[in-house]
Write a protein that binds this ligand. Structure first.
Ligand SMILES: NC(=O)c1ccc[n+]([C@@H]2O[C@H](COP(=O)([O-])OP(=O)(O)OC[C@H]3O[C@@H](n4cnc5c(N)ncnc54)[C@H](OP(=O)(O)O)[C@@H]3O)[C@@H](O)[C@H]2O)c1
Length: 336
């Protein structure tokens, strides 16, 4: 089969399309003929090998241990392992090839990919393969942040910073579906998208400082983390919650060794003394996030915002587009 192969950490231009063996299928695995796969910051982290700490966290010390990048996919089941009862050949599925919050290559940028049955769901019939592939990582992180860490309740006021990117474009729609009042902050070229996704109000980050809006929010869901928590607290209700997702701005901030992990660690240390910080609440995946996401997609409450698609041999261009910014929602790789 054809696949994108990563022999070393570094420039996306080092990636090559190669003929490789079909992946192994364990007894609980599903072999999927990939129709589309998503591009997201954790794929970027693995291709660049940054922050370098990820190399010590199982990704591979000198070069990636697994050679085929990509973690989110949508496609058609080719075959199943002996213990799989939920899926059979011909079923349309979507999901992830690696566990939640894991930094490793997942093999999705290929004609065939293997995934554990628990990380797949039936593809919503109302979605294209491209839309379905755009959803798993970003949509489940949005559910983690809003529901498991943020404990979002109907009628609450939520501010989403960086709302026009991958995670934010899902978070805006999910928060609206769950009855929140949503203020969406991003750069000017994303504001039209945010209004179309249902945000109650949008804030142009180039011209307005959200930490000086003069109102207070029950939940602040922060993706770019471009303001210190000390400033963010000004607009956080006394019993509100601050959820940090953590973004490395594709290396532009130069924290090559630990990336945004230092900021997480500081908030974690503070969390026992500050009830507005969720600490490790929500860190463990309760296992239902992909199912909940599927239900939201099937109900039409969430429609993935796909900015552009790239064919499999254009993965380097897709990664560079992600690094350059100004992506409205998600980038998707299509596989013929
Ligand atoms: N915490 C966790 O458990 C966890 C798990 C997995 C992944 N992640 C992380 O989650 C993050 C997901 O990010 P994503 O996919 O949503 O990234 P993204 O698509 O790059 O979105 C970030 C958004 O923030 C915007 N932005 C940049 N500067 C801003 C500013 N000053 N004010 C307001 N908005 C600004 C960006 O605009 P431009 O594109 O124009 O710059 C973009 O729209 C990644 O860093 C990933 O590593 C976290």
């Amino acid at each position: 089969m054809k696949a994108i192969v990563q022999e070393a950490y570094g420039s996306p231009d080092l990636l090559r399309v190669r003929d490789v063996p079909t992946p192994a299928v364990g007894e609980h695995d599903v072999l999927v003929r990939v129709r589309a796969a998503s591009v997201h910051p954790d794929v970027w982290h693995m291709i660049r090998g940054e922050p370098r700490v990820l190399r010590l966290m199982g990704a591979g010390l000198r070069r990636p241990r697994a050679r085929i990048p990509g973690t989110d996919l949508a496609g058609v089941v080719e075959s199943v392992g002996s213990a799989v009862a939920r899926f059979g050949p011909g079923d349309e599925v979507f999901g992830k090839t690696v566990g939640a919050n894991a930094w490793r290559n997942g093999g999705a940028y290929a004609e065939l990919a293997s995934a554990h049955e628990d990380r797949l769901e039936p593809k919503p019939m109302n979605l294209s393969f491209e839309q379905a592939a755009a959803s798993p990582d970003s949509g489940t992180i949005a559910i983690q942040g809003l529901r498991d860490e943020g404990r979002l309740a109907t009628g609450q006021r939520v501010l989403i910073n960086g709302a026009g990117g991958g995670v934010g474009s899902f978070a805006v729609q999910i928060a609206k579906a769950w009855g929140a009042d949503v203020t969406a902050v991003d750069l000017p070229d994303k504001l039209e998208l945010l209004t179309s996704l249902g945000a109650d109000r949008v804030v142009d980050a180039d011209h307005e400082d959200f930490t000086r809006l003069g109102e207070r929010f029950d939940l602040i869901f922060d993706i770019p983390a471009n303001r210190p928590y000390a400033d963010v607290r000004r607009v956080l209700a006394d019993d509100g919650t601050y959820v940090l997702i953590g973004h490395d701005a594709y290396g532009r901030e130069g924290r090559r060794w630990i990336g945004s992990l230092g900021r997480f660690a500081k908030l974690l240390v503070r969390s026992p003394f500050d009830r507005r910080l969720p600490g490790l609440r929500g860190a463990n995946d309760p296992g239902d996030r992909l199912r909940v996401l599927r239900e939201l997609l099937e109900a039409g409450s969430v429609t993935p915002a796909v900015d552009r698609t790239f064919p499999l041999d254009q993965v380097p261009a897709a990664i560079r587009a992600l690094e350059e910014g100004s992506v409205r929602g998600k980038l998707v790789i299509t596989v013929p």
